[in-house]
Design a binder for this molecule. Structure first.
Ligand code: NDP
Ligand code: 2IT
Length: 452
């Protein structure tokens, strides 16, 4: 019987090898560390997982596609971006995961997101593998026509790699309903197929699921509520700080408000807004979803209760709950120390890997309930899988039905993470619980399907 520490030594060697074989991919290294540093208890306890090659296969994408995306701007100038699709693991189902359009996108970022997605999708209990894609294209300040031409060019290459039984992209940063519409249109035109299940996050009138836009934010709040229940509390009357002001942040604020919490902040890359009366969602949606403006416009139009802090960290605002919903590594050790000093009770990740490893450690040491993204923000991809199911059956469910399914899935993910952590001597540690539970499901499928 191999001990936990011997197993950890083997995993540490593998991590060193991952760093050597994948140079200049710090985000992917960070995601691999986060998972592999928690697997020793399960690998030591179940010898089949120590089988040579299992974890080595898990950290190597099944396929990685990188392609040129040329498009013309409104002045007729040719621009060239880079497109990516990393098809990481299909042991549980077709590759599934979003597309991110942001200037910071590179192969390492897409690999970190795709790797996280494997475990997240496994935790949903649904039949979806893990993948991710995107481009270093920056949609900010681009006209609708430019975004359309970009999406059409992007899909002109991507279409040959995806399909309802192969790989099913959706949105992520910079990719919302508008972009999914242009991408779907071009896919349909090239293939001459009405293949609704090839993309999720579609419009409600043409194959989209009700509640998909809301699902990530709503799901994260339900996960936070479940963590608070473990501490004997609910969300009523709690003050919450939320970062970001995009899809995830907006519907996080909506659900927090519905459950009686007071969400007092939002942000974008220009700074943050604090509003003592609670964020006015109609105003925020108007500025962000309709006008595609910046958050300072919110403070200008809201009146005395709100102010805009340029630059600044949203985590400086005292709160009971923190829900990072913008991007990776946005909540560092200093921010965690400030949150702890201000009495934070729970941190639940709407974004993917928003909390640095040092900050996670600090929060857990201080007894703060910490919900990792691969569990807490799984509601989005879960409802994407429900959208695929509806598309396959050529039907559409009511909002109530989808919301009930989402609530059941989030409760079940919370219970799975909680129980798994207890089973492996890490009570209350949702990071360990999520990683081990996700790993077990994928690893069992990989072992059953042989060396491929
Ligand atoms: P959006 O594009 O709708 O919104 C992103 C928000 O985050 C914007 O307010 C944006 O501000 C801000 N932001 C992005 N990058 C940065 C940065 N480098 N620095 C500061 N602010 C930044 O994206 P989503 O809301 O869809 O995604 C947010 C997070 O949630 C991401 O981590 C994503 O991976 C994750 N996620 C999304 C899911 C989904 O269903 N959409 C599902 C699960 C997780 P600005 O406009 O100024 O850039
Ligand atoms: O990070 C994520 O889970 C997403 N961006 C959603 C993926 C999806 O396929 O709905």
């Amino acid at each position: 019987m191999t001990t936990r520490s011997e197993t950890q030594t083997t995993l540490d060697h593998l991590l060193t090898e991952i760093e050597h074989r994948n140079p200049a991919q710090p985000e992917f290294h960070q995601a691999a560390h986060e998972v592999l540093e928690t697997l020793a208890p399960v690998v030591a306890a179940r010898p089949e997982y120590a089988e040579p090659g299992l974890i080595e296969r898990l950290v190597e994408p099944e396929r990685q596609v990188i392609f040129r995306v040329p498009w013309q701007d409104d002045q007729g100038r040719v621009r060239v971006n880079r497109g990516f699709r990393v098809e990481f693991n299909s042991a549980l189902g077709p590759y599934k995961g979003g597309l991110r359009f942001h200037p910071s996108v590179n192969l390492g970022v897409i690999k970190f997101l795709g790797f996280e997605q494997i475990f997240k999708n496994a935790l949903t209990g649904l039949g979806i593998g893990g993948g991710k894609g995107g481009s270093d294209f920056d949609p900010h300040g681009r006209s609708d026509a430019e975004v359309m031409r970009f999406c059409q060019s992007f899909m002109t290459e991507l279409y040959r790699h995806i399909g309802e039984h192969t790989d099913v992209p959706a949105g992520d940063i910079g990719v919302g309903g508008r972009e999914i519409g242009y991408l779907f249109g071009q896919y349909r035109r090239i293939t001459n197929r009405w293949e609704a299940g090839v993309l999720t996050g579609k419009g409600r009138g043409w194959g989209g699921s009700l509640i998909r836009p809301e699902a990530t934010g709503y799901g994260n709040v339900l996960f936070a509520a479940a963590m608070m229940r473990e501490r004997g509390e609910d969300l009523e009357g709690q003050t919450a700080v939320v970062s970001g002001s995009g899809n995830v942040a907006i519907y996080t604020i909506e659900k927090l408000t519905a459950l009686g919490a007071n969400a007092v902040t939002c942000s974008d890359s220009s700074g943050y807004v604090v509003d003592e009366k609670g964020i006015d969602l109609d105003l925020l949606k108007q500025i962000k979803e309709v006008e595609r403006g910046r958050v300072d416009a919110y403070a200008e139009r809201r009146g005395a209760s709100a102010r805009f802090v340029p630059g600044g960290s949203v985590w400086d605002v005292p709160a009971d709950l923190a829900l990072p919903s913008a991007t990776q590594n946005e909540l560092d050790e200093n921010a965690a120390a400030t949150l702890i000093r201000n009495g934070v009770k729970a941190v639940s990740e709407g974004a993917n890997m928003p909390t640095t490893p040092e900050a996670v450690h600090l929060l857990q040491q201080a007894g703060v309930a910490f919900g990792p993204g691969k569990a807490a923000n799984a509601g989005g991809v879960a409802v994407s899988a429900l959208e695929m199911a509806q598309n396959h059956a050529r039907t559409s469910w009511t909002a109530t039905r989808v919301e009930e399914e989402l609530a059941d899935i989030m409760t079940s993910i919370h219970t799975t993470c909680h129980e798994t952590a207890e089973r492996y001597d890490a009570p209350g540690d949702y990071v360990t619980g999520a990683n081990i539970a996700g790993f077990e499901r994928v690893a069992d499928a990989m072992l059953a399907q042989g060396v491929i």
